[in-house]
Design a protein around this ligand. Structure first.
Ligand code: IDP
Ligand code: MG
Length: 139
């Protein structure tokens, strides 16, 4: 068990569909802590940095178009093993494979609009929190 911080986004589809409260509620009920929260619309440059690992994927342009298409809610979430724990609450990337009871399993149908983002490792969490909440990253 490790105390961790992770970056969670309610993506523009989740905000547009009024699911911010639902996602926040699931995070709180699980027992994690919301350390910081901000509603913002990303510039393309910020989105390209955030999704830098996917720059060579065929869906990169679509991904950046989508994540910049409207306001999102960014959160720094902390708790025991919060990185993997949040990935479990979110469900599989493709909503048709996401378990019912997970956020993507309950609220999404297509991979390109899957409601939430969560960091996938300690390295990603540090990098991504540095983009959204630089004050939260130690050192
Ligand atoms: P993750 O969000 O579960 O970490 P990643 O593989 O990091 O999944 O992909 C980032 C985001 O890119 C996904 O959440 C999804 O919205 C989108 N994505 C992933 N694969 C595809 C694809 O094959 N087509 C369209 N969009 C995709
Ligand atoms: Mg990812």
């Amino acid at each position: 068990m490790a105390a961790e911080q992770t970056l969670i986004l309610v993506k523009p589809d989740g905000v547009a569909r009024g699911l911010v409260g639902e996602v926040v509620s699931r995070i709180e009920r699980k027992g994690y802590t919301i350390e910081a929260l901000e509603l913002r619309t990303l510039e393309r440059e910020t989105a390209e940095e955030h999704y830098g690992e996917h720059v060579d994927k065929p869906f990169f342009g679509e991904l950046v178009d989508f994540i910049t298409s409207g306001p999102l809610v960014a959160m720094c979430v902390s708790g025991d093993d919060a990185i993997v724990g949040m990935r479990t609450i979110m469900g599989a990337t493709n909503p048709i494979e996401a378990t019912p009871g997970s956020i993507r399993g309950d609220f999404a149908t297509v991979i390109g609009e899957n409601i939430v983002h969560g960091s996938d490792s300690t390295e990603s969490a540090t990098r991504e929190l540095g983009i959204f909440f630089p004050d939260r990253v130690p050192g």
